[in-house]
Design a protein. Structure first.
Lengths: 516, 538
């Protein structure tokens, strides 16, 4: 694990969630808020007094009693008081919201006004209900825009070491919010479950999660007086990590991104006492984007019993097909589906990738070690989520394809919710799953690309008619083997419960919004 | 050539543009059978036109031009059979669409009137043929595979897959690769008798030779034209003056170029592309060096031949060779000089930092996209004016087109293989450049592929477009400005109002995989290496 840090001035202005998943604060709470139209930022100011947002500069040092992050949907931004002109400066996916019909089709959630099997019955229950802009079209075949029963305007992520401190704090702020006419319309108690000894946390199916993360670097532009905004071990990080290097602007607005430009971010009209930095391109405006980021949130229900039953079934089928098969059992199939061992290690044709300093080695590539996927299957969840150099057709294209893949990385801050469930248990019908959270600066090129072109793509890596075996719908999964591949039947274990695109402002951005 | 790519651009009566759009939409709705799960979508056209690969109809609006209606055709063999079947299946609808188009002002007016007259039943084929525009550059991802073959091999793939997936008493697991191969071959040959026949070569030797000959001749012509100034100068001046001038000018121009080599402020994009590596890898330097002795030898032989045949006794071979060598020495001034001219233009070109994107149009484009894993795009851009830009656009496209025929025979553009059929064509006296592509995956990922994997070729081909992101020496930066490039391309797009693919569920990659599996099954025996590779595709 690399320990990168933001330069002091950037760290002071950036919310802590960018720099840290608050791994030492094991318990968390996600509070989804609904605000009133034109309510302004008064409630946010009061909330910040009771629960200040944690800045990146505060992370990595002494253990904090609480950590908090704040993010807003496009409808939430409107309620805070941003004008149409200002809202127009946010990126299209954020403004249109995750529930826009064409977007849902691309994400694999909905088709021709019907929810797909990867969504809970009746459709998602919460979203920002971001009204699409009125488009005069007579050509639209589609019906009215998707609306969820619960409307979310803001998200508060709260972390502490003990469950009871989280609950006490939640109660405190709930009272405060009620007095400001803001209601908590949905909440999820989050857990991390860090395993003793091995620094991994497991999701409900039992696999280590959140291991592979991009590592930012920041190369100052030619003729610039600025130093790198990222430091690794106290030194400016101007060179990319060999495997996971991405430019800081991929995860933080206001910095140079993978296209070697400052990504466009939201701007607001200049005003008296405006705490935001100036915007050089748009004269008369202030930069609301700098040191902020777009946050993607998808609540994913996990059916653990179904997952293990299906793995059992698949293993039985494969063993009937090939009575000489060795080691093919539910765990073997599950590891192939995920693309990682249950012990957290990467799969290799002849075993596992050895740990480095007692931790799973994440600095691996595919082309040289496992080109054909006889270790980690080509279509496994891990390989689809980040193919690294795996998609290179030829030896001399490895670097190009690795660089290309790193143009689509996301910073993940996922935690699970719901009670633990042992795989040998009978289904208890309890709601449990993942609150998938990730951060990026270009939702379309990063998160949506990952979902559409890698995970749900039926042609990924010269496969045919199959999508992600873990989060995709019922289908088949090719498990390469010598001399003949297996094809395992997989079912739908993960379903979307709700989701939306949020904007996570900088610290000064939060002050600005609280002052509205 | 087994496949044909072309377009038929037709100017639209501006007042009839919206009617034309609704006619196309109505046609699409009539053909679209997606509500019926038992039917092949667009089956009437796909089955009725056996040579069809991809076909589209779109209307482009442009503030500087009247709307233009374009039929894009990608088919097997010559276009006539395609057009005849199209006429048979959709003649009356097309006739209505043609009535929304302007009558041509040239000799094709008569054809137009015959086709569009009230109650006319004159075939539309001659008119469409007359209006056809050949592409300036085109690319075929699965070159040399007829549609029927693509579909047959896909059917074979499905059967092979089902056979290997036999749930019980599966004879394939536990077998060696040669055993698997033999058994599969036995099973499949009875059902797919074509496996026993010799397949049509994807690229015949004659075609391959012609492709190479065309490229080499093109390179030779370019070289001759570029060396002409040197030849003339060498004839006028003494050798000493000429060589001295070449050396001095070379250093002066190089110095000037060095001063201009930096990117414009904040427009540099570093990528993995190394020009020198490509040049040394792609251009046979040894061949170039050897070419002079070869030329000298040929001329010398010619001289001897002439002396024997006609008694011509003059010694001209040596001086002519010398002039050729001196003329080519002039390339050290001519080429840097052109680059200097180009760079001067680049430094003063305007690039579009905020392309004007119509949100309604984009919404409509998005509505038509991502229904199957293939997608379609059509775009028109204006071409930058000026002598040098025009020459580069025309010669650059010609060269790129010929190069693609020679190099991109396996479907790869750089390291990307997602393009089924794509082409560029010039419109309106070379003032506009049309681009059509039928590709796998989303439009965004397609453009990202270009940005990340094929930015050099793309910058070369599209850099002549007005508003294209800042380029450096024709090939650097440009398309690597990912966001600017995407916005620029998006602004130039139109709605793919009617678009049909004959095999919408097959990617370029999958078609090649099916081809490899079929090729393996055609062979009675495979070498151990071949066999292992073949088995990986199963």
């Amino acid at each position: 694990m690399s320990s990168w840090k933001l330069r002091k001035d950037v760290a002071e202005d950036t919310q802590g969630l960018i720099a840290s998943g608050f791994g030492r604060l094991e318990h968390g709470m996600a509070l989804f808020l609904e605000t009133q139209p034109r309510s302004g930022g008064g409630w946010l100011k009061a909330l910040q007094d009771a629960l200040p947002a944690t800045a990146a500069i505060e992370t990595g040092g002494e253990l904090l009693p609480f950590a908090a992050s704040f993010a807003f949907t496009a409808s939430g931004m409107r309620n805070l008081g941003l004008s149409d002109e200002e809202l127009g400066s946010f990126s299209d996916p954020f403004r249109e919201g995750m529930m826009q019909e064409d977007r849902l089709r691309r994400l694999g959630d909905r088709r021709r006004s019907e929810w797909l099997d990867t969504v809970i019955e009746g459709g998602p229950v919460w979203s920002g209900n971001v009204q699409p802009e009125a488009v005069e079209d007579n050509h639209a075949d589609d019906a009215t825009p998707v609306q969820t029963t619960t409307t979310v305007h803001a998200l508060v992520l709260l972390y502490a070491q003990e469950r009871k401190s989280v609950e006490a704090k939640t109660e405190e702020i709930e009272q405060l919010l009620i007095s400001h006419d803001v209601s908590i319309v949905h909440r999820l108690a989050l857990v991390l479950d860090v395993e003793e000894g091995r620094n991994i946390s497991r999701e409900h199916f039992g696999f280590a999660d959140g291991i592979s993360q991009p590592i930012p670097f920041d190369e100052p532009r030619p003729n610039s007086t600025e130093t790198s905004a990222v430091e690794i071990d106290g030194n400016p990080a101007v060179e990319p990590d060999r495997v996971h290097g991405v430019r800081l602007g991929e995860i933080l607005l206001g910095h140079v991104n993978g296209h070697q430009e400052i990504p466009p971010g939201p701007i607001v009209r200049d005003s008296a006492d405006n705490p935001l930095p100036e915007q050089n391109e748009a004269i008369g405006f202030r930069d609301l984007g700098r040191n902020g980021s777009y946050m993607i949130v998808r609540q994913l229900h996990q059916d653990v019993a179904a997952f293990w039953n299906s793995m059992e079934e698949a293993a039985n089928t494969l063993c009937t097909q090939n009575p000489t098969a060795e080691n093919v059992d539910a765990k073997w199939v599950a590891e192939k589906v995920v693309g990682r061992g249950i012990d957290g290690r990467g799969l290799r044709p002849n075993g596992r990738i050895p740990d480095v300093d007692g931790e799973a080695d994440n600095g691996f590539l595919y082309f040289d070690e496992d080109r054909h996927g006889t270790g980690c299957p080509l279509g496994s969840h891990v390989r689809r989520s980040n193919p690294r150099d795996s998609l290179a057709p030829k030896e001399d294209m490895k670097q190009t394809l690795l660089d290309a893949a790193n143009n689509h990385r996301i910073l993940r801050r996922t935690r699970k919710y719901g009670a633990k469930f042992d795989r040998k248990q009978k289904d208890d019908g309890q709601e449990r799953g993942l609150l998938f959270i990730c951060l990026n600066t270009d939702i379309a090129r990063q998160f949506e690309f990952t979902q559409q072109t890698w995970l749900m793509n039926s042609d990924f890596s010269t496969l045919y008619e199959e999508s992600d075996p873990l989060i995709g719908p019922d289908g088949e999964m090719t498990i390469p083997a010598e001399p003949l591949r297996y094809r395992a039947k997989v079912k739908t274990f993960v379903k979307l419960v709700g989701g939306e695109y949020f904007f996570m402002p900088s610290m000064s951005g939060l002050r600005y919004l609280a002052g509205l | 050539m087994l496949q044909t790519t072309l377009s038929v651009p037709l100017d639209v009566k501006p007042e009839s543009a919206s009617r034309l759009n609704s006619l196309i939409t109505a046609f699409r709705k009539a053909e679209d059978a997606r509500d019926d799960p038992t039917a092949v979508n667009f089956g009437r056209l796909i089955e009725g036109i056996p040579t069809l690969h991809f076909f589209s109809m779109s209307v482009f609006e442009d503030s500087a031009y009247d709307p233009i209606f374009i039929l894009e055709i990608n088919c097997d063999g010559a276009p006539e059979p395609f057009l005849q079947e199209l006429d048979r299946l959709a003649g009356s609808e097309l006739r209505d669409m043609l009535r929304c188009c302007k009558e041509p002002l040239d000799g094709n007016a008569q054809l137009y009137r015959e086709v569009t007259d009230e109650g006319s039943s004159v075939p539309i084929v001659p008119y469409l043929k007359a209006m056809t525009q050949a592409p300036s550059v085109f690319h075929h991802g699965n070159r040399g595979l007829r549609r029927s073959r693509i579909i047959e091999e896909a059917a074979l793939f499905r059967d092979v897959r089902a056979e290997l997936d036999t749930p019980e008493d599966n004879p394939y697991f536990g077998s060696t690769v040669p055993e698997i191969h033999k058994r599969l071959r036995d099973q499949m040959t009875s059902k797919f008798p074509w496996l026993a026949k010799e397949p049509e070569p994807r690229i015949s030797k004659a075609e391959r030779l012609m492709d190479i000959a065309r490229l080499v001749s093109f390179a030779a012509v370019v070289l001759i034209v570029l060396s002409l100034p040197g030849v003339i100068a060498a004839l006028i001046f003494s050798k000493f003056v000429y060589i001295t001038a070449v050396i001095i000018l070379f250093f002066v121009i190089s110095y000037l170029l060095y001063r201009m080599h930096e990117p414009l402020p904040n427009t540099g994009v570093t990528t993995n592309f190394k020009l020198m590596r490509v040049i040394t890898q792609q251009i046979p330097i040894l061949f170039l060096l050897l070419s002079y002795p070869i030329i000298a030898g040929v001329l010398w032989l010619l001289q001897i031949g002439l002396r024997h045949a006609f008694g011509v006794s003059s010694q001209w071979a040596a001086p002519v060779t010398e002039i050729i060598v001196l003329g080519n020495l002039g390339l050290f001034v001519v080429i840097p000089g052109l680059v200097l001219w180009l760079r001067t233009l680049e430094l003063n070109d305007s690039s579009l930092y905020k392309a004007s994107i119509d949100p309604d149009k984009v919404a409509e484009i998005l509505e038509h996209e991502d229904w199957v894993s293939q997608n379609h795009m059509g775009s028109i851009v204006h071409v930058r004016p000026g002598v040098l830009r025009t020459l580069i656009a025309r010669f650059g496209h010609r060269g790129l087109g010929l190069l693609l025929r020679v190099k991109a025979t396996e479907g790869y553009l750089g390291s990307m293989r997602t393009v089924h059929f794509a082409h560029w064509a010039f419109l309106n006296n070379h003032s506009r450049l049309l681009f059509f592509s039928n590709f796998d995956q989303s439009w965004g990922s397609y453009l990202d592929d270009f940005i990340e994997k094929a930015h050099v070729g793309l910058t070369l081909a599209w850099g002549c477009g007005v508003g294209f992101p800042p380029t450096r020496f024709l090939i650097y930066d440009g398309a690597s400005h990912g966001r600017l490039f995407k916005n620029w391309a998006l602004a130039s797009r139109t709605v793919s109002r009617f678009w049909v693919s004959a095999y919408p569920d097959l990617s370029v990659d999958q078609i090649e995989r099916n081809f490899r599996i079929a090729s393996g099954l055609r062979k009675k025996e495979l070498s151990p290496e071949e066999a292992n590779e073949w088995a990986r595709d199963l």
